[in-house]
Ligand binder design. Structure first.
Ligand code: ZN
Length: 331
């Protein structure tokens, strides 16, 4: 596996770990929001981000279990630019065709509606959510990928499907009409069927050619990848402030105090490294960097020397320049 692919997988695994470990409700309390609707809006965004990553992770795991009896390469978390950026969860390169797979981590009752095209989900409690049609998404990504490949001198067939990756299988009430929807266990036979249809047709890629294409896609994906953090930039919430103070890892309340070389909470919990997850929340929401002054305000400590000491940690990178020292999260 190339260095870029390892970096990509490592970053995604880390993000998944953060979102799984940190409850979305806990994370959202770091934002100073009094308006209930705005709060719900951010909660939904965080939940969607989390379920998207969980679904991708499930899709990736499928390929750890299977080996196909023909030459192929699996690419995950692809991000390319073909007159506009597009992202796709998984590509399977073979000599004769490329298979594009999207993960949809959605449970409940699903209605793939056609005029207008959209996906409607009915939850167990009767609430309705509306999503972009996965059929439209797969078709768009197949077209954009074909355009990208042609720009790079390759005219190879591309087919696509989406995988319903929710741990709790959804009930499909109204099925999609044009694009195949699969449960994870059917992916193996779907890929096989596609290969069987194309195996006796023209071969577009040699083993070397497949390897080169994989490297090219990985390189461009790393370059194009949407910067996950800070969310302030990505979700444009310029006016929302962060709540100051260190969060207790036991009771989740914000407002621990630094007393004789350790953080102490009213609940009785003590932890000398409690500021580290709190700093991570700064880098998730706010900015890529933090200065000593910003850190003093955020952690509510007066001494620049104490802050300097607290920032010496394996999770934090120190970057010095002529204007002074900046600190970054070591993702
Ligand atoms: Zn506590």
């Amino acid at each position: 596996m190339s260095k870029n692919a390892v970096k990509n997988i490592k970053e995604r695994a880390l993000l998944l770990e953060i979102l799984t470990k940190l409850n979305v409700d806990v994370l959202i309390n770091r934002l100073e929001i009094s308006n209930v609707e705005t709060k719900q809006f951010f909660e939904e965004k965080l939940f969607k981000m989390k379920s998207g990553i969980v679904g991708e992770d499930r899709l990736n795991k499928i390929f750890n279990h299977y080996q196909f009896p023909f030459p192929y390469q699996v690419l995950k978390g692809v991000s390319l630019d073909s007159g506009g950026k597009f992202q796709t969860d998984c590509l399977i390169l073979t000599p004769n065709l490329i298979i594009l797979l999207e993960s949809k981590n959605i449970s409940g009752k699903l209605y793939f509606e056609s005029n207008p095209e959209r996906l409607v989900r009915e939850k167990e409690n009767g609430l309705i959510d509306v999503y972009e049609s996965p059929e439209v998404q797969v078709e768009r990504n197949v077209t954009l990928l074909k355009m990208w490949l042609e720009e790079h001198g390759l005219k190879i067939p591309v087919v696509g499907a989406f995988i319903l990756t929710s741990a709790k299988h959804p009930i499909v009430v109204k099925e999609p009409l044009r694009i195949q929807a699969l449960f994870p266990k059917s992916v193996f036979s779907y890929v096989h069927q596609q290969w069987n249809q194309y195996r006796n047709r023209k071969q577009f890629l040699s083993i070397d050619g497949m390897e080169k294409l994989r490297e090219m896609i990985e390189l461009e994906s790393v370059k194009n990848r949407y910067e996950q953090f800070p969310l302030r930039k990505r979700w444009s919430f310029e006016n929302v402030k962060l709540v100051q103070g260190v969060r207790c890892c036991r009771c989740n309340k914000i407002g621990m105090t630094w007393i004789s070389r350790s953080w102490e909470c009213k609940c009785g919990y003590k932890d000398k490294d409690a500021h580290i997850p709190t700093l991570q929340e700064w880098f998730i929401f706010n900015k890529n960097t933090i200065t000593n002054k910003e850190c003093r305000e955020y952690l509510m400590i007066d001494s620049r020397h104490v802050i300097k000491r607290l920032l010496k940690h394996k999770c934090i990178l120190e970057i010095g320049n002529t204007k002074g020292t900046n600190y970054k999260w070591n993702w």
